[in-house]
Design a protein around this ligand. Structure first.
Ligand code: HEM
Ligand SMILES: *[C@@H]1O[C@H](CO)[C@@H](O)[C@H](O)[C@H]1NC(C)=O
Length: 323
C-alpha cells in the first residue's frame, strides 16, 4: 500500500514536470531572436519610425492591428492574411472592414526584416514589435516584447466578428470579453487607454453622440455632431479623434476625457458611467505613471494570448498569404 502510493506520487510528479517543461517550451521570450536575428529590433524600429513620420496616425493603426490580431484565436498574424477565392479571412470582418489599416507598413517591415534574416521572424512577432514601437514613439511607455510566436496557416472571419468587442458594448460585455481571454477588469481599462491615440469613424459613435447625450457634456456632443450627421449613411466615414485633446500623443488624456464625460465611443464612456471601473479611470486620470505601468503589463499579457509555438504554424514568407 505504502509503495503503491509513493509510485503514484512519482507518477504525478513526473506528469507535473512534463507539464511544466511543456509549457516552458511553449512560452515566449524576449531573447528569442537574439542569435538568429540580432538586427531585428533596430530594423523594425527604423521602418515604423519612418511610417509614423510620414503619417502620425499610423502609430495608432499599428497598435490597433495587434489588438485585433490577439483577440482572434491569439496573436498569430491571422489578421494579416488577405482573402482568396477559397478562403475568407479577418480583413473583411465587421470590426476590420474599411477600418483596420497599416497592412502596407507591416509589409514594409517584413521585407526589411527578410533582408537581414530571411525566413526567421514571424509576422505575428513583427506586429507585436511594431505595436510596442508605435506606443513608444508617440510618447508612451516601453516594454520588452516577448517573442517566438509563429504564424497561423488560417484565419477566421466569424471569430473576428465574435471576438473583437463592439463599440456598442456594455461594461459587463467588455469585462466578459476580456475576461474570456484571461485579461482582468484592470487590464480592460488600461488597454482601453490605447484610445489616447487615433481616430474613429462617425458610424462607430453616431448613436452615442445623438442618443446618449445624458452621458456626455453637451458642448462635446455638439462638437462631434457638427461633423457626424444624424442620418445614417451620411458622413459615415468622417473622422473624429478618440482623444479630443492630443490624438497624436500617447498620454493619459483619454482618462481625463472620460472623467469630463467626453468619451467618443459608447464603450469608452462605459468605463466611467457610475460602474465598477470608475475608480480605475479616476486613478489613471490623476496618475499617468500608474497608467503607463499598467498599460505596459497589460500589453505583455495580451501578447501572451494563445501563441503558436514550437512546430505549430509557420514562419510566413509574405504576411498576406500562407506559404
Ligand atoms: C475595449 C474595447 C474596444 C472597443 C469597443 C474598441 C473600438 C474601437 C473602434 C470602434 C475604433 C474606431 C474604428 C473606426 O472607426 O475605424 C477604435 C479605434 C482604435 N482602437 Fe479600439 N477598441 C477597444 C479596445 C482597444 C484596445 C485594447 C486597443 C489597443 C491597446 C485599441 C486601440 C485602438 C486604436 C489605437 C484606434 C485608432 C486606430 C486608428 O486611428 O487607425 N482599442 N477602437
Ligand atoms: C436613436 O434611437 C432611436 C430609437 O432607438 C433610433 O430609432 C435612432 O435611429 C437613434 N438615432 C441615432 C442617431 O442613432
Amino acid at each position: 500500500m505504502g509503495s503503491f502510493s509513493s509510485n503514484k506520487l512519482v507518477m504525478i510528479g513526473l506528469f507535473l514536470l512534463i507539464l511544466v517543461l511543456g509549457s516552458a517550451n511553449a512560452s515566449l521570450s524576449t531573447e528569442f531572436y537574439s542569435s538568429s536575428c540580432p538586427k531585428l529590433l533596430d530594423t523594425v524600429k527604423c521602418t515604423v519610425e519612418a511610417a509614423i513620420k510620414k503619417e502620425t496616425r499610423m502609430g495608432a493603426s499599428l497598435l490597433r492591428l495587434f489588438f485585433h490580431d490577439c483577440f482572434v484565436n491569439g496573436c498569430d498574424g491571422s489578421i494579416l492574411l488577405d482573402d482568396t477565392s477559397s478562403f475568407k479571412g479577418e480583413k473583411n470582418a465587421g470590426p476590420n472592414k474599411n477600418s483596420a489599416r497599416g497592412f502596407e507598413v507591416i509589409d514594409a517591415v517584413k521585407s526589411a526584416v527578410e533582408k537581414v534574416c530571411p525566413g526567421v521572424v514571424s509576422c505575428a512577432d513583427i506586429l507585436a514589435i511594431a505595436a510596442r514601437d508605435s506606443v513608444k514613439i508617440l510618447g508612451g511607455p516601453e516594454w520588452d516584447v516577448k517573442l517566438g510566436r509563429r504564424d497561423a496557416r488560417t484565419a477566421s472571419q466569424s471569430a473576428a466578428n465574435n471576438g473583437i468587442p463592439a463599440p456598442t458594448s456594455t461594461l459587463n460585455q467588455l469585462i466578459s470579453k476580456f475576461g474570456a481571454l484571461g485579461l482582468s477588469t484592470k487590464d480592460l481599462v488600461a488597454l482601453s487607454g490605447g484610445h489616447t491615440i487615433g481616430q474613429a469613424r462617425c458610424t462607430t459613435f453616431r448613436s452615442h453622440i445623438y442618443n446618449e447625450t445624458n452621458e456626455l457634456v453637451t458642448s462635446f456632443a455638439q462638437t462631434r455632431q457638427s461633423n457626424c450627421p444624424r442620418a445614417s449613411g451620411v458622413g459615415d466615414n468622417n473622422l473624429a479623434p478618440l482623444d479630443l485633446q492630443t490624438p497624436a500623443s500617447f498620454d493619459n488624456h483619454y482618462f481625463n476625457n472620460l472623467v469630463d464625460r467626453k468619451g467618443l465611443l459608447h464603450s469608452d464612456q462605459q468605463l466611467f458611467n457610475g460602474g465598477s471601473t470608475d475608480s480605475i479611470v479616476r486613478g489613471y486620470s490623476s496618475n499617468p505613471s500608474s497608467f503607463f505601468a499598467d498599460f505596459a503589463s497589460a500589453m505583455i499579457k495580451m501578447g501572451d494570448i494563445s501563441p503558436l509555438t514550437g512546430s505549430k504554424g509557420e514562419i510566413r514568407k509574405n504576411c498576406r498569404s500562407v506559404n
